[in-house]
Design a protein. Structure first.
Length: 201
């Protein structure tokens, strides 16, 4: 019988006890946000999927070291961030991209310790994910395929059997909805663009 996870604190308690349902709760609620976070750094779909999966494995292995749910989230994003940086460092052909990343990306992403600014970024990703989840099913597909997977309008139209104009309209409308849902003080326009700009064509 599956356990009903009531809230994050309940999840944390069960997770420390080794509950698989608690792990599934975390994967269900945070994997998409973690993928977005990783993709902003690595920009490779398959690598990001592996990194996120490894992040959850590492978190599971270190579950007895966790203090509370906030610490859990910090460790999860720290694991993913470090794995992203290690992935870039290990690829010699990505040297120029990594140098560009270090120069342009907010410094809190590459600092050794997970500080307050990193936590704010984590919360940003959670807010963006909630906004994406609020979209209608087809609009959400278009949004993710465009802004997360960075697919072209033509490829999206072909895969979803839509016209390119419909895809363009769905992209524009979905982005407007996401911007409207997000708190402009927590997620200012420029910061949202930093998260999604690589997918805007």
């Amino acid at each position: 019988m599956l356990l009903a996870i009531e809230n994050d604190q309940h999840c944390f308690t069960l997770f420390q006890q080794g509950s698989n349902e608690a792990l599934r709760y975390l994967i269900r609620n945070y994997s998409a946000g973690l993928y977005l976070y990783a993709f902003r750094i690595v920009r490779e779909q398959s690598a990001c999927e592996d990194i996120v999966e490894d992040g959850f494995i590492t978190l599971w292995e270190k579950r007895n070291e966790l203090v509370d749910f906030t610490h859990l989230k910090k460790m999860l994003y720290t694991c993913v961030r470090n794995k992203c940086l290690n992935h870039l460092r290990s690829k010699r052909r990505e040297a120029n991209r990594y140098a560009f990343f270090l120069q342009r990306c907010p410094s809190h992403i590459i600092e050794a310790e997970y500080d307050e600014a990193d936590f704010i970024y984590t919360e940003l990703m959670a807010q963006v994910q909630k906004a994406i989840d609020s979209l209608a099913p087809q609009m959400r597909k278009v949004f993710i395929m465009s802004y997360v997977r960075q697919m072209s309008n033509k490829d999206i139209a072909r895969q979803l059997q839509l016209s390119e104009q419909t895809v363009k309209n769905q992209k524009s409308k979905s982005l407007a909805i996401v911007r409207g849902i997000l708190n402009p003080q927590l997620v200012p326009h420029t910061l949202l663009l930093m998260v999604l700009s690589s997918g805007i064509h």
